[in-house]
Design a protein around this ligand. Structure first.
Ligand code: ZN
Length: 487
């Protein structure tokens, strides 16, 4: 995301990660039937034992900052979210159907789900037992689920969504109210307030949304608008996202909007949603979109998706890189914010951090992208001045090493700025052409999936053929701020 600040035009810092993999609690994948044969009596043929899967999926994935998030034992492939919205005040009547594959034998497994009332729950079409335990929805389907099997969970629910607090910025996350509608801002853990999910960046899935709203309101979400159904007094907007997405990037917005389309580089469809009160006046900062996609395609590799666009949410204090359809607050309509969010389509959306501790892989890369944009539009000296300014600011900010900023500094300035400076230092060390090769390969290798800090460092060393231990040790793993390298 990109915060707006009253202080200066701030680049955001991304947090580095220790490269820790989520500590998944594993349970035996099969149950072994032990047959004791008594050789003193006539041999008998053991009766085949049919075992009911009774494994217990882990209640979390061991994220260092968010111990409740995620669950073990399955991999979600698709969320189908049908929501009828009464927007003021926000009241939902919803059914989410989750398609997943069991990665172990499951008698019981969990979904993350906070607030809202569950009205029915089925697994593979059969009613299933469930209990609510804090932020967990614990499900025990009859007969269990065999490892490797695909299964569907259908949860019907309703009510007014609950908001959670994002400690690092002090703003509420979840489904937020606007005067005439609503929007979803869910980073890092707000997805579980509006749909039951495996709410951790490490389990990415495809999404389909069916959002029903009263006329004349419009509903927009990630992906492609594939159908608009007229129900008389209401309309259902069907959106489909073919690329895999982390739950925190899922969004929908309801309001009075007008849609504008244009063609971007390489046939990418650009669709922007402006409040009708804008009377079609496109924010000038949106005009940099195609040029920024071109610039970043040169540095990072081809744009990862087939669509892009912004939706202006007047009340939002910053911006958020919601996949293929970015939320833009009315106070965030600046070129640097626009390009920051565009770069997140590669860094965060296509390649997603393995844990929240790896956040600098999002925000540091997006900040470095801002450097590239400043250099591209205003020249190298302007970029170096920007970098000097951030380095100076970092000297007076008390901050931890970016590989482990802590939950409270998840989106703190150091994660953004020092993360960006890390890539700048790498650029000076290896040169532009090698850095491009590193970034292209890093993106191509992890596109659609997850990466850790170690993944990036290993790849940077492999591509460059250099030992970069000292560079990452000082910029990423040490607390003390290094001097800027001469360049
Ligand atoms: Zn950001």
């Amino acid at each position: 995301m990109r915060r707006t600040s009253s202080v200066v035009s701030l680049l955001f810092v991304a947090a580095a990660c220790s490269g820790l993999e989520p500590a998944v609690v594993t349970t035996p994948t099969t149950e072994t039937a032990i047959t004791v044969i008594d050789t003193t009596t006539p041999a008998t043929v053991p009766t085949p034992t049919t075992t009911t899967p009774d494994g217990v999926g882990a209640q979390n994935v061991g994220d260092p900052y968010f111990p409740d998030l995620g669950n073990g034992g399955y991999d979600v492939t698709h969320y189908d979210i049908s929501i009828a919205v009464d927007p003021t005040p926000a009241e939902l009547d919803a059914i989410t159907t989750i398609t997943a594959v069991a990665t172990e034998s499951l008698g019981t497994f969990n979904l993350d789900f906070v607030g809202l009332d569950v009205t029915s729950l089925t697994v593979d079409g059969e009613s299933a037992d469930y209990v609510r335990e804090g932020p967990e929805l614990r499900i025990s389907p009859d007969g269990g689920i065999i490892a490797g099997e695909e299964f569907t969970v259908k949860v019907a629910y309703s009510g007014q969504p609950q908001l959670l607090d994002l400690v690092s910025i002090g703003i509420p996350v979840g489904l937020l109210q606007t005067p005439e509608g609503i929007y979803v801002f869910a980073q890092p853990d707000g997805a579980r307030t509006w749909f039951p999910s495996n709410d951790h960046p490490s389990d990415k899935a495809r999404f389909t949304f069916h959002i029903t709203v009263p006329k004349p309101l419009v509903a927009a979400a990630n992906g492609a608008l594939v159908e608009t159904i007229d129900n008389g007094d209401s309309q259902t907007f069907v959106w489909d996202l073919e690329s895999r997405m982390a739950t925190y990037l899922a969004t929908f917005v309801v309001g009075e909007y007008e849609r504008f389309e244009s063609e971007g580089p390489d046939g990418i469809l650009i669709r922007d949603y402006l409040p009708t009160s804008f009377n079609g006046a496109m924010p000038p900062s949106f005009e940099v979109t195609a040029e920024a996609i071109d610039l970043f395609s040169e540095w990072f590799g081809p744009y990862p998706f087939d669509r892009y666009g912004h939706i202006v949410v007047y009340e939002l204090g910053g911006a958020m890189e919601t996949q293929t359809l970015v939320l833009m607050g009315s106070r965030a309509l600046f070129d640097r914010v626009v390009v920051h969010e565009i770069s997140h389509q590669w860094w965060g959306d296509s390649v997603t951090p393995a844990t929240w501790q790896d956040i600098w892989l999002n925000e540091g890369f997006a900040t470095f992208s801002e450097f590239l944009w400043v250099e591209h539009t205003r020249g190298q000296q302007a970029m170096l001045d920007t970098i000097d300014g951030l380095h100076e600011s970092l000297q007076i900010i008390d901050h931890s090493a970016i590989f482990d900023p802590g939950e409270s500094e998840l989106l703190g300035s150091a994660v953004y700025w020092r993360g960006g400076l890390t890539l700048h230092a790498l650029r000076l060390r290896v040169g532009d052409e090698v850095l491009k090769e590193i970034l292209w390969t890093y993106h191509a290798t992890f596109a659609g999936g997850n990466a850790t800090t170690e993944d990036f460092i290993d790849l940077a060393e492999e591509i460059s053929g250099r030992d970069l231990t000292d560079l990452f040790a000082t910029w990423v793993f040490a607390e003390q701020l290094p001097d800027l390298p001469a360049g």
